[in-house]
Each structure stands twice: as C-alpha cells, then as structure tokens.
Design a protein around this ligand. Sequence first.
Ligand code: AP5
Length: 224
Amino acid sequence: MRLIFLGPPGSGKGTQSKRLGQTLRIPQLSTGDLLRSTVRSGSELGRKARGYMDAGKLVPDELVIQLILDRMHHEDCHDGFILDGFPRTRVQAEALDKALKGKRILIDAVLDFDINPEVLVERLTGRRVCPNGHGEWHIKFHAPKVGGFCDVCHALLIQREDDQEDRIKTRMAMYRKDTEPLKQFYSAQGLLKTISAEGNVADITRQLEAALKGLPKAAAGAPK
Ligand code: AP5
C-alpha cells in the first residue's frame, strides 16, 4: 500500500500515519520529522532548512525532494509507505510522479484531511515535543504521564518554534497557496479520498481504514 496524506498543519497527518503505518506494517515517511532530525544533526542541510521551518515557511523544493527520495530507497519501503507532509507543492508532486514512474510504482490513494481551521490552532498551540526527538504530546488531548516531561527520556518538553500563533498563520497561508491545489492534481488522477479529520483519534483511524477498504490494488501487480 502506497499512500499520501494531504492536509493542513495540525490536521492529524502525523498522528494518523503512525497509527495506520503500524497496522499496515509500512513506514510513515514524514518530511517534517526528517527535516527536524537533519536540523538536530547540525548538518549544512539542517542549517539551511531551519530558518524556513522556524518561520513557518516551506523548505525549498530541491532540498526536500532529495531528502525524501533518498529515504524512499531504504529497504523498509519495499512493500509500501505513507507519505506524511510530502508532496506540498506542484513541483514536488511532479518530481514524485517522475521518480515513481521510473520504478513502475503507483500510488494507491491520496487521503485528504478535511478540518475546520479553528480546530487547528488549539491542536497546534497545545502541542509539546521532546527536544531529543522521542515524540510529541498535547497539553489537553494527549498529555504525557508526568506533566511537562517526555515519557521516554524524561527531558523537559518544549513547544515547536513554528507552533506559535503567528507562525501557524504563515503555515496555513502556505498550505492554502501551495498545497491545497494538489487536491485538484490528485483528484484528476482519481486518487483523492476526503475524510473528516475532526473528532477523536480512534474514530478518524476507523474512517481511514474504511476509505482504504475495497481500493483497487493499483500497486499489487506492479513490479517492484
Ligand atoms: P510538519 O512537521 O510536516 O508540519 P505540518 O504539516 O505543519 O504538520 P503538523 O505536524 O503540524 O500537523 P499534522 O497534520 O501532522 O498533525 P499532528 O498529527 O502532528 O512540517 C514542519 C515544517 O517542515 C513545515 O512548516 C516546513 O517548513 C517543513 N516541511 C515539511 N515538509 C515539507 C515539504 N514537503 N516541503 C517543504 N517544506 C516542508 O497533530 C497536531 C497536534 O494535534 C498534536 O499535538 C496531536 O496530538 C493533536 N491531535 C492530532 N489528532 C487529534 C485529534 N483527532 N484530536 C485532538 N488532537 C489531535
């Protein structure tokens, strides 16, 4: 199963792709997570990406495309993957199409997370993350076991720089301008399936699973 999750910041792409990835036994490939780990590594690419990310802007296409295509070459992607947060621009979508066609691989579905923008601000401003990359929590919806501390390494949880309200506005504007038009791009290919991303986490997972049932196994016959 090869899936793309499309949706505005805070719509739950990360939460749901991790859950579904475990059920389907395929990796969740998040460009946000890959970029944050590159920033933590202190590499040249990380230094370049950080300024864009902290400002809530998109990292330039050429940096992200290379990063995700390299990741997709790993052995664990052989039988499928969930792309979380990629592609986000028309240039990225076309680069992905080209790379997959070269390998004779097809995307099975693009899941579009539909959500009221007002819900997003509460989700994002309440998010807290582990500074060592061990995960994320929410002060109201998914609290850590000991208030304010990482369940795994016990470090003090922090707020993502881009989860400040002014940065959230920038991210939403970038989403509307660059990413939302991809709905039309994938709808024209017959791949788009819209789900309601409001409500509790388990109900949304059930909706996703229902949307995937009965999918034509587009990739099943394609050579790997
Ligand atoms: P990224 O990390 O991908 O950020 P994003 O798309 O803005 O996504 P989020 O992680 O904020 O939201 P999400 O939809 O995954 O929701 P989540 O499940 O986490 O990217 C960060 C930055 O990296 C970008 O701004 C850009 O600079 C750069 N970047 C990344 N990809 C790029 C690309 N392709 N091109 C260029 N630049 C790129 O949930 C959010 C919160 O809500 C959590 O606290 C969660 O616990 C809570 N929550 C989730 N579901 C529910 C629910 N049902 N009910 C209540 N709370 C919920």
